[in-house]
Design a protein around this ligand. Structure first.
Ligand code: CUA
Length: 155
C-alpha cells in the first residue's frame, strides 16, 4: 500500500509538470508572442466585433515613434480608414477580415499581406518619407474589390 501511494505521488507530480510546461508554452505563445508566426493566430470571424483588440479598431500611440493600428477588413473597406502618422513612425498593423480574404498592399512600400477571415495578421512598417500612401486590397473579394482602398498619410 505504501508503494502504491508513492507511485500516485510521482504520477501526480509528473502530470503536474507536464501541465506546467504546457501552460508556460501557451503563455509564451499567446501573451509574449514568442510562438509561431502570425498566421497561426486565430480568431472567430463571426465574432470579430466582440473580440479584443478588434472590438476597438483604431490607431494608438505606443511609443515615441511607434503606433499600433488595429484594423478590420471587410467588403469593401478598411477600418480605420485614412490614418495619419508623423514621418519616422513605425506602425504595427494588427489585422483580420470579417468576411472573405482581402489584401493589404501599401504602394511605395514592401507592405503586402493577405488578410484572411479566422486569422490575425501582424505586419510592421516604418514610414520615413512624408506623403500619401495608397492602400489597396489586392485579393479579389467581390464586386466592389476595385473600390477597396484607403490612404495612410505620413506628415
Ligand atoms: Cu477586399 Cu479586394
Amino acid at each position: 500500500m505504501k508503494m502504491h501511494r508513492d507511485e500516485k505521488v510521482w504520477l501526480t507530480l509528473s502530470f503536474g509538470m507536464i501541465m506546467a510546461f504546457m501552460l508556460i508554452t501557451g503563455y509564451q505563445t499567446f501573451a509574449l508572442e514568442m510562438g509561431p508566426p502570425s498566421n497561426m493566430e486565430t480568431i472567430d470571424p463571426q465574432k470579430v466585433d466582440e473580440t479584443a483588440p478588434f472590438d476597438k479598431p483604431g490607431i494608438t500611440q505606443i511609443g515615441e515613434n511607434e503606433y499600433e493600428v488595429v484594423m478590420t477588413l471587410e467588403i469593401f473597406s478598411f477600418n480605420p480608414s485614412n490614418i495619419e502618422v508623423p514621418a519616422g513612425s513605425t506602425v504595427h498593423f494588427i489585422m483580420t477580415s470579417k468576411d472573405v480574404v482581402h489584401g493589404f498592399q501599401v504602394a511605395g512600400t514592401n507592405l503586402n499581406a493577405m488578410v484572411m477571415p479566422g486569422h490575425i495578421q501582424r505586419i510592421s512598417q516604418t514610414f520615413d518619407k512624408p506623403g500619401d500612401y495608397l492602400v489597396l486590397c489586392n485579393e479579389y473579394c467581390g464586386a466592389g474589390h476595385q473600390m477597396m482602398a484607403t490612404t495612410i498619410t505620413v506628415k
